[in-house]
Design a protein around this ligand. Structure first.
Ligand code: CMX
Length: 425
């Protein structure tokens, strides 16, 4: 841990100077204009946020600290966490230290289990997961140090403590939610010899004779880790953190947004659509059958889940990575075969609908089929997996924001009469 904190500590003064100079010399220059359509359209494309951990461009997709998604797929989640925070990969020794540090922080307080066990048996797993994070708020090192009057320039240090304390516990909490909510038997203890992603797979308790489910979890955790800061979960989390609420508040707030069907929940909706297809056609459909079913879905006023994106205008490289995993490890699986076929057929259908800006698959189009293959068939749980991973991005962004001394978020809203007057409508 010392190494992560020390490395960050060395970088922060330079980062602050760079930003102060940028704002001093160029503070009044324009980055973006806002049109009426954007104001009524979820602020698409408005450049009003800063995020240095990752970026997402329409034609490239996810790039973490300058490294494109396709080059991240062989890495461990802990390496990605270091990359998000520091801007480069850790060396072998630093990685080991970080992994040992996360293990040391991994014990989940007993009261968390008491809270989860007291929740109604039909609670949504996302609600259970977010509640578990929120109920640990009293552990916040940031809040303790803030109450003790620590200087603003040191806020990032206790935020980093919160970040690591939370991330270390999430796999056990998420696996515990799975086993409790879906009656899978007692919780499984963490394996001290496994890395963060593989240990999560182990604690879920699904059969994994070849160890490929562990590989899938490592990949899954890498691919969902961050997606710049304008998406609902990152933006909500960052907004809450900007009020100097601690990360327990900020992360749970962000993940509540991930629970929405247009965001993280699409993953489960997508698999459902694929399984419906299989049931309807008694196996892998023909291209023509799939095309008809896609039109049937669209004509009934529903979206094709897993397709389209607010920013991307190409196939999501995260989808491409899952497709490659599927081709390598589960080529014979019927559900995976349908996923691959949907990719051949659905973009052509969506392209016929003018208003759809992106007809290509996003990350959710393929991941559910992989989970299903390994026996993780409880759809409402899928967003929890996404959350464990995305927590790395939300928490890293919060540490960097505190290091930069970012102020409270407060964009200006307008009334419709004001907008009409301003544009002379
Ligand atoms: N199927 C049907 N219609 C779609 C569509 C799809 N896959 N994707 C977009 N559209 C529709 C939108 O609903 C919108 O219709 P209305 O104007 O009638 O409301 C229109 O096309 C324009 O949308 P857009 O500008 O192309 O896309 P948005 O930025 O508004 O929305 C997204 C992006 C992801 C919410 C949308 O593509 C969608 O609903 N996709 C399916 C759900 C999904 O896969 N979500 C996962 C997102 C991944 C993530 O959160 O990271």
């Amino acid at each position: 841990m010392a190494m992560l904190k020390e490395t960050l500590a060395k970088q922060i003064p330079g980062l602050r100077e760079e930003i102060a100079a940028l704002v001093k010399e160029h503070g009044d220059k324009e980055l973006s204009k806002v049109t009426v359509r954007q104001a009524y359209g979820g602020m698409r494309g408005v450049r009003g946020l800063v995020c240095d951990t990752s970026s997402v461009s329409p034609d490239t997709g996810l790039v973490i600290r300058g490294i494109p998604c396709k080059d991240l797929t062989e890495k461990l989640p802990e390496e990605i966490l270091w990359l998000l925070l520091i801007g480069e990969y850790p060396d072998a020794e630093s990685l080991k230290t970080l992994q040992a540090d996360l293990k040391a922080r991994g014990k989940v307080p007993d009261y968390v289990w008491n809270v989860l066990e007291a929740m109604p048996a039909d609670s949504h797993p996302m609600c259970m997961f977010d509640t578990a994070i929120l109920c640990m708020e009293k552990e916040s090192e940031f809040r303790k140090s803030y109450d003790a009057g620590v200087k603003k320039t040191e806020y990032w240090e206790s935020t980093l403590e919160d970040c690591l304390n939370i991330l270390a516990k999430l796999p056990a909490i998420a696996a515990g939610v799975y086993r409790l909510r879906f009656n899978k038997g007692p919780r499984i203890d963490s394996d001290p010899n496994l890395d963060w992603g593989a240990d999560y797979a182990h604690m879920l308790g699904l059969p994994d004779p070849e160890g490929t489910f562990k590989k899938l979890m490592q990949l899954y955790m890498v691919l969902h880790s961050d997606h710049e800061s304008g998406n609902v979960s990152a933006f909500s989390g960052a907004t809450v953190v900007s009020a100097l609420s601690d990360l327990y508040y900020g992360l749970s707030a962000g993940l509540n947004g991930l629970a929405g069907p247009l965001h993280g929940l699409a993953n489960q909706e997508c698999l459902r659509w694929v399984l419906d297809t299989r049931e309807k056609f008694g196996g892998v459909p023909t291209d023509e059958q799939l095309k008809d079913y896609a039109w049937e879905t669209l004509n009934s006023g529903k979206v094709i889940p897993g397709y389209g994106h607010a920013v991307l205008r190409v196939t999501d490289p995260r989808y491409t990575a899952f497709l490659a995993f599927g081709k390598k490890y589960l080529a014979d699986d019927e559900v995976f075969q349908i996923v691959a076929k949907v990719f051949d057929v659905v973009p052509g259908v969506l392209r016929e609908i003018k208003k759809i800006k992106d007809p290509w698959p996003n990350v959710d189009a393929g991941s559910g089929a992989m989970l299903y293959h390994y026996g993780l068939a409880e759809f409402p749980y899928y967003t929890v997996l996404f959350s464990v991973s995305r927590a790395m991005g939300i928490c890293s962004q919060a540490v960097i924001a505190r290091a930069m001394g970012m102020p409270i978020t407060r964009p200006k809203s307008s009334t419709t009469p004001w907008i009409k007057k301003a544009i002379g409508a």
